[in-house]
Design a protein around this ligand. Structure first.
Ligand code: NAP
Length: 249
């Protein structure tokens, strides 16, 4: 059966694991060829690639630290060289380095802001030229509920994720005339490596604050990303898509 994204090319940053992998699989299921970006975990990236190839799409695995401008640009250039274009850019790569403000080092601050926020400027600025030429683009930025509510010990992460929302709104206004949409997805707590690293006590407290009484899944987040990339999402731009089990701060 033809997919709604047949022939399209998607770049997913941080697609070796977690939400990024689920996004790559969801896009491939609809027929998109996918560039799988990772920064250190090559085995996991290759596992993602295997899952995508089983769905019959073409893939490219590309190692790049998207928090570095030259590597982010190289990622987009490699995608364009391999597939001739980039239609969909999912800016998903992210890290956290949680400390209270007093204990947070400048390196902890810089690493999170570079990886989670500066990266989306680097990849987007590299990708929009081709998108403008073809008058088509779908950009989805993986923000977080933490960027909306703030959190103890996460000032760096919250600031970066809030910055992603502001970047999204600006880019949406700037690029709408070229039929390029830019949206942010703001998940609550999702069961991935990022959350499973927390202690059982913290997890229990977190779940206690979620009205639906459970963490989200990477696949649920990927469904929202997919919605924004399919024709169904064509009139969404500058949006913050909240999926958080009812945890509205
Ligand atoms: P995860 O399981 O820790 O996976 C992180 C992914 O990002 C991995 O593929 C990792 O690659 C990649 N990555 C990290 N730094 C990178 C860099 N500098 N350049 C390129 N890739 C990099 O995280 P996740 O939970 O799936 O989170 C994905 C995104 O969703 C993040 O932006 C996160 O902030 C956001 N989010 C997560 C949650 C949650 O509860 N899990 C909630 C809201 C928002 P390697 O495998 O090579 O390390």
């Amino acid at each position: 059966m033809p997919g709604t994204l047949d022939g399209q090319v998607a770049v997913v940053t941080g697609a070796s694991r977690g939400i990024g992998r689920a996004c790559a699989v969801a896009l491939a299921r609809e027929g998109a060829n996918v560039v799988v970006n990772y920064t250190s975990n090559e085995d996991a990236a290759k596992e993602t690639q295997k899952a995508l190839e089983a769905l019959g799409v073409k893939t490219l695995v590309f190692k790049a630290d998207v928090g570095k401008a030259d590597q982010a640009k190289a990622l987009i250039e490699a995608a364009e060289k391999a597939f001739g274009k980039v239609d969909i850019l999912v800016n998903n790569a992210g890290i956290n380095k949680d400390r209270t403000i007093q204990r947070m080092s400048a390196d902890d601050w810089d690493a999170v802001v570079q990886t989670d926020l500066s990266s989306i400027f680097y990849t987007t600025s590299a990708a929009v030229g081709g998108m403008r030429e073809r008058s088509y683009g779908r950009i989805v930025n993986m923000s977080s509920i933490i960027g909306q509510m703030g959190n103890i010990g996460q000032a760096n992460y919250a600031a970066a994720k809030a910055g992603m929302i502001a970047f999204t709104k600006s880019a949406a206004r700037e690029l709408a005339r070229f039929n390029i949409t830019v949206n942010a997805v703001c998940p609550g707590f999702v069961e991935t490596d990022m959350v499973s690293a927390l202690s059982d006590d913290i997890k229990k407290t977190l779940i206690g604050n979620i009205p639906l009484g459970r963490f989200g899944t990477a696949e649920e987040v990927a469904d929202t990303v997919l919605f924004l990339c399919k024709p169904s999402g064509a009139w969404y731009t500058g949006a913050q898509m909240n999926l958080n089990g009812g945890q509205y701060m």
